[in-house]
Design a protein. Structure first.
Length: 227
């Protein structure tokens, strides 16, 4: 079942590995395919090596509905994914990775709160830094919960990044946008500081989301401080 979506997940995983966003067994992807049914990548697999046979079907209580192999288990981060689906009915896919520059901001405990690049202002707005949570525990879903109503993109303290979207392509593109914004922000800071777009134009850009077909949540102007 769901072979086309499995192929999309495989493609995204391969792209993440090729771009250097994951190493070894890092990263995980899930997609909502029906009411209380989710395709998820397995634990302990390189995203370079992943195939359809590493993607299984689970429900929101972590019960395995369909497993491609006898020893298949979902990613250890599946609790974080399920929190996204529980809190956001509009979310259809979740991507977790460790893009190097964005993760550098997470390790420096710095949110990506710049409003300096037009495309990023329109698509994601400011990116908050969520509190520390030990991977595979309920600490991570608890850490992201206050931010989910306002953000589609988050930095996980000392960990990596999380993006959500109405579909897998949208969630993946948001991770691309995040890493590019992190690179641009880093260069701007090295050159003397980030210069935000003025408030009037920020509001104009946010108002263009419908025109460009941008779905999901936008925090408005510098709402990243919300706890």
């Amino acid at each position: 079942m769901y072979e086309d979506i499995k192929d999309q997940i495989v493609e995204v995983c391969h792209k993440m590995w090729t771009k250097g966003w994951v190493a070894a067994n890092d990263g995980n992807v899930s997609v909502k395919v029906d009411e209380d049914r989710y395709l998820a990548t397995r634990t302990g697999i390189s995203k370079y090596e992943i195939t359809r046979d590493h993607i299984g079907l689970i429900d929101g209580s972590f019960n395995v509905i369909e497993k491609p192999t006898e020893d298949w288990r979902p990613s250890s981060e599946i609790k974080m994914h399920m929190k996204c689906y529980q809190e956001r009915p509009d979310v259809g896919a979740v991507v977790h990775a460790h893009p190097p520059v964005a993760t550098g901001f997470a390790c420096a405990h710095k949110p990506l709160d710049d409003y300096c690049m037009i495309e990023t202002v329109i698509t994601v707005g400011s990116v908050p830094l969520t509190p520390y949570g030990t991977p595979s525990t309920y600490e991570v879903p608890q850490a992201i919960e206050p931010y989910l109503p306002y953000h589609d993109v988050m930095l996980l303290t000392n960990h990596g990044a999380l993006t959500v979207g109405a579909d897998l392509t949208t969630a993946y593109y948001r991770m691309e946008t995040l890493e590019l914004q992190a690179q641009i922000s880093l260069v701007a800071r090295l050159l003397g500081g980030v210069k935000d777009i003025d408030m009037n134009n920020i509001n104009r850009l946010i108002g263009m989301r419908d025109q460009y077909g941008v779905t999901g949540k936008h925090p408005g102007y510098k709402k990243y401080t919300k706890k």
